[in-house]
Structures are given as C-alpha cells and as structure tokens.
Design a protein around this ligand. Structure first.
Ligand code: IPE
Ligand code: IPE
Ligand code: MG
Length: 244
C-alpha cells in the first residue's frame, strides 16, 4: 500500500459505503450503464482489499436498494447476474484475506440463483475472522425498521417484553445488522449528498464523508483520504471538547 499518515489505532470500527455513480461514469465514457456496474465491481475488490489490509473490522457496502427494484428490468437483471459472477470470482480473495461475507436486506426478493450463490459464499466464509464484509442487497432502512418494529410489537403482544423495557439495545438486536457495531464513517461517492434509505438507525453518530469521485474510479488513495479526514475530526457525541 502507498504511504499514508493514518493512525492505525484510531480507525473506524465500521465503515459504510454508498457506491454511487456507475451510470454517470459510463455515460461520460459513452458506454452503456452496465459497463459502469462492471467497472464498479473492480472498485469493490480494491476497496475490500485495502480495508482488510488496513485492519478495518467491518465494511458494509450498499449494493442494491429496495428502491433500485424500480429500475429498468434489463438493468436489474444485469446487476443480479454481475453479483453472482463477482461472488464466484471473489471467493478466493475473501478466503485469502480471512474475510467473512454477510448480507442484509429483503433477501427473499432476490432471484433464486443469486440467493443460492450468495448463501454459498456466506457459508464458505462464515468462520473467517479478520473482517466482516456485509452487502446491503435489496436493502432499505425503512423496510428494516418496519421489520424490527413488528418483531418488537409481537414480543410485547405475547407478553415476552414489557413496553418500558424497550431501549436502544432492543432495537439493535433485531436489526438485520445486529452483528455489527454502529457506523463510524459513512462514505458516499459521486457527489450526491443524501442517505438514500441506508442504515438510518445505525448512522446516528456516524461521520459523513462525501466525495465527487465516481464509484468506478474509487481507489485505495480515495479511501485513505476519507480515513485521513475522519481522523482529523473531533467526535464529541454531545459532550464539550473539554470533556473529551
Ligand atoms: C450505483 O450507481 C450502483 C447502484 C445503485 C446499483 P448508479 O447506477 O446509481 O449510478 P448513477 O447514480 O446513475 O450515476
Ligand atoms: C443508492 O444509490 C443505492 C446504492 C448505491 C445501491 P441510488 O443511485 O439508487 O440513489 P439515489 O436514487 O440517487 O438516491
Ligand atoms: Mg445513483
């Protein structure tokens, strides 16, 4: 890895990444949107490897939102196919780097073949311990929270939970991301400055970082820049600077 001045003892424990700008990248090159997604897959590999190398424990990638189902059928199909072929190709990278693959979202909406491939890789890497790589797939934070609220309501309903005992932890343990800590750093590429229904509960105190770089152009150096920026910030969590 190229030189950096990062303090490796102060890395975010959980990075969430909104990988945006594949379509615009393709358009700039005079290519079909699909080509942008293909190029985006390469950026994924580089980012995953860089995170593993630096020692990031949890990386969550927004790969497909509940709203993305509204895209043209041909684009959705291509994205699903690309996902399967990337999973197949990247299994070795995951194993070599001791990375455990996870997925969060309304996974039952995925095509059967996609889900089968996904589950295979999840199973094959489940005992890996160096890093959790979580794909948010068919994921929408409101859908997730509705699922949580229904679960909690049913526990109250059948007398297993008292309303007064509902707290942050109750919500956390029912989230699709229950195995992950809160997000410390949220990165979004392509210049858009919005959350687009990603991890609403989990980013309550995340540092937000927006870059103009389009996802297919995202490289290690951009990740390092984001981490450098993160380390230059003071996270106060409501306290005063003097209290820290
Ligand atoms: C992100 O790139 C990939 C997905 C949402 C699946 P986009 O496809 O949203 O690219 P733009 O935003 O149209 O450039
Ligand atoms: C968010 O990007 C979803 C993913 C990156 C998977 P979009 O491109 O779908 O978001 P909007 O429509 O610009 O908010
Ligand atoms: Mg987009």
């Amino acid at each position: 890895m190229e030189q950096h001045n990062l303090d490796l003892t102060r890395l975010p424990k959980h990075i969430a990444l909104i990988m945006d700008g594949n379509g615009r990248w393709a358009k700039q090159q005079g290519l079909m949107r699909v080509r942008g997604h293909e190029k985006g897959a390469k950026a994924v590999r580089q980012t995953v490897e860089a995170c593993a190398e630096l020692g990031i424990q949890n990386l969550t990638l927004y790969a497909f939102s509940t709203e993305n189902w509204k895209r043209p059928k041909i684009e959705v199909e291509t994205l699903m196919r690309l996902l399967v072929s990337s999973l197949r190709k990247e299994l070795k990278t995951l194993q070599d780097n001791n990375i455990s693959l996870k997925a969060v979202g309304a996974l039952d909406l995925l095509p059967k073949s996609t889900l089968a491939e996904l589950n295979e890789v999840i199973k094959a890497t489940e005992n890996n311990t160096h890093m959790n790589l979580t794909l948010a797939l068919s994921y929408g934070s409101r859908e997730e929270l509705l699922y949580v609220f229904k679960k909690v309501a049913s526990e109250v309903n059948n007398g297993r939970l008292a309303i007064d005992d509902i707290n942050d932890d109750t919500i956390h343990k029912h989230l699709y991301t229950h195995f992950l800590p809160d997000v410390d750093l949220l990165i979004r590429t392509s210049g858009e400055q919005r959350i687009s229904n990603f991890l609403l509960w989990q980013i309550a105190y995340a540092e937000l970082y927006f870059t103009e770089v389009l996802w297919p152009d995202f490289r290690r150096e951009h990740l390092v820049q984001a981490l450098q920026n993160f380390q230059d910030r003071e996270r106060r969590f409501g306290k005063t600077s003097e209290q820290l």
